[in-house]
Design a protein around this ligand. Structure first.
Ligand code: GLU
Length: 371
C-alpha cells in the first residue's frame, strides 16, 4: 500500500540524487559498473520526462586508490587527496561515457564548503546550476577533495558542527541551493532503522520521519563502511534539506530499479517530510555551509527573538565565539550554547562588545528548530 506522503513523489520536478562510495564501488574495490549504468538509465528516463536531475557522486578517492594499485585504503589526508585527484577524472570518464550512450551531456562541478558560506559564490553557483539544467545537462557534483579538507582546517579556528567533508551534507546543500523538491540519498543502508540492522535482528526500518527529534537522532549509529558519511551524517543532511523545504529519501543504492521505485511512491527506504520552503536570502542563511561564529544570548533576548519582530541587540549578548566579520552568517545560541537560530552579523566581533547597536537584524533571522 502506498503511503500518502509518498503519493506526490511522481510529481518531483527537480531532483538531487546522491550516490555513496559503496554504491559506486564493489566490495573488491572495482567500480560497480552494472549498478551504476542501471542508475544512469533510470536518470535518463526521468530526464526524458522533463525532470531536472543533479547528481552528487562520491567515489573519487576509491577509484583513485584502485587505479594507483594501492594495497590499503588511503588514510593520511594528503594520500586521500592524491587519490581523489587521480580518481575524479576516472569518475567523470565513467559518467560522461555512460550518459553519452544515453544521449545526455554531463558536466563536472567541484565544490567546497566556502562556496555555500559566501553569498556571492553561492549566487554564482545557483546561476550556473540553473543554466546547466536549462541546457538539459546533468551536473555531476563532488567535493573538491584536493583542496577542501585543508581549507576546512585553516578556517578561523571556529567550526560549527556539522561541516561538510562528507557528500551527504554536500548533497543537502546542493538540494537546498538548487531549490530541489526531492533529495535521494542512495548508499549501502536501506534507510533509518531503530537500531543497527547489521548487529541487531530486531532493528526495524522507519518508513516516514515527520520531524527529526532527539529520539530519531538516537537511532543513528555511525553506519556505512567505506564512505565518510554514516547514518549520523545522513540525518544531519536530512535536517538541512528538510529545513529548506526539500523532501529527503534514504534508500539502498544496490537495490535494482531503486530510483524508479522511489519515484513511483513504493514504500522503500525512509522518507523525511519537508518543512516550509524558505525563499531568497533566508534560504541561503539556513543552509550556509559553515558558520563564522556564535552569539550566545540571555533568556530575555532569546524569548524576544523567538516571539519574532525584534532584532538582536548587543545588550542581550552573554558571549561571542569565533572571529566573525560583518556580513558573516553566525549561529545564535542560548546562554548554555544551544543553537536555536541563525542570522547575518551587522558588525565584526571586535566592534560588538558595548556597541549598543543591532548585532543581527530581524530580516536575516532564521529559526532553526521548533523550540
Ligand atoms: N568526495 C569523496 C570521494 O569522492 C567522498 C566523500 C564521502 O564519502 O562522503 O571519494
Amino acid at each position: 500500500m502506498k503511503d500518502a506522503s509518498r503519493a506526490t513523489l511522481a510529481q518531483t520536478q527537480r531532483l538531487v540524487v546522491k550516490l555513496g562510495t559503496n554504491v559506486i564501488m564493489r566490495a573488491d574495490g572495482l567500480p560497480a559498473l552494472g549498478r551504476l549504468y542501471g542508475i544512469l538509465e533510470s536518470i535518463a528516463t526521468l530526464h526524458g520526462q522533463g525532470k531536472e536531475v543533479l547528481l552528487v557522486s562520491s567515489g573519487a578517492i576509491g577509484l583513485g586508490a584502485q587505479q594507483l594499485g594501492l594495497d590499503h585504503a588511503p588514510k593520511r589526508l594528503a594520500e586521500k587527496q592524491a587519490c581523489a585527484a587521480v580518481g575524479q577524472g576516472r569518475l567523470m570518464a565513467i559518467y560522461q561515457e555512460g550518459f553519452a550512450r544515453l544521449g545526455i551531456v554531463a558536466a563536472q562541478v567541484l565544490l567546497t564548503e566556502y562556496d555555500f558560506s559566501n553569498r556571492q559564490r553561492y549566487l554564482n553557483l545557483r546561476a550556473t546550476l540553473d543554466h546547466l539544467l536549462k541546457l538539459g545537462v546533468v551536473p555531476v557534483i563532488n567535493e573538491n577533495d584536493t583542496v577542501s579538507t585543508a581549507e576546512l582546517e585553516s578556517r578561523l579556528g571556529f567550526r560549527s558542527a556539522p561541516v561538510f567533508g562528507d557528500n551527504d551534507k554536500l548533497s543537502a546543500l546542493v538540494a537546498s541551493g538548487a531549490e530541489a523538491d526531492t533529495l535521494l540519498i542512495l548508499s549501502d543502508v536501506a534507510g533509518l532503522y531503530t537500531g543497527n540492522p547489521h548487529k541487531d535482528p530486531d532493528a526495524k526500518l522507519i518508513p516516514v520521519v515527520r520531524e527529526i527529534t532527539l529520539e530519531i537522532e538516537a537511532f543513528a549509529d555511525g553506519l556505512g563502511a567505506r564512505g565518510r558519511g554514516g547514518m549520523a551524517s545522513k540525518l544531519a543532511a536530512a535536517r538541512v534539506a528538510t529545513r529548506a523545504g526539500t523532501r529527503v529519501l534514504i534508500a539502498d543504492g544496490a537495490c535494482p530499479g531503486i530510483l524508479d521505485r522511489l519515484l513511483a511512491g513504493d514504500p522503500v527506504g525512509t522518507l523525511f517530510e519537508p518543512g516550509l520552503r524558505l525563499k531568497g536570502r533566508k534560504r541561503w542563511i539556513a543552509s550556509a555551509g559553515q558558520l563564522a561564529g556564535r552569539i550566545r544570548v540571555n533568556e530575555g533576548a532569546r524569548e524576544a527573538l523567538l516571539a519574532g519582530r525584534v532584532s538582536l541587540l548587543a545588550a542581550g549578548v552573554v558571549g561571542l565565539e569565533g572571529d566573525f566579520q560583518r556580513d558573516d552568517v553566525v549561529a545564535i545560541a542560548d546562554a548554555s550554547g544551544r543553537d536555536f537560530a541563525r542570522g547575518v552579523a551587522t558588525m565584526g566581533r571586535a566592534e560588538a562588545p558595548g556597541s549598543g547597536r543591532v548585532l543581527v537584524s530581524r530580516d536575516t533571522f532564521v529559526l532553526l528548530e521548533r523550540v
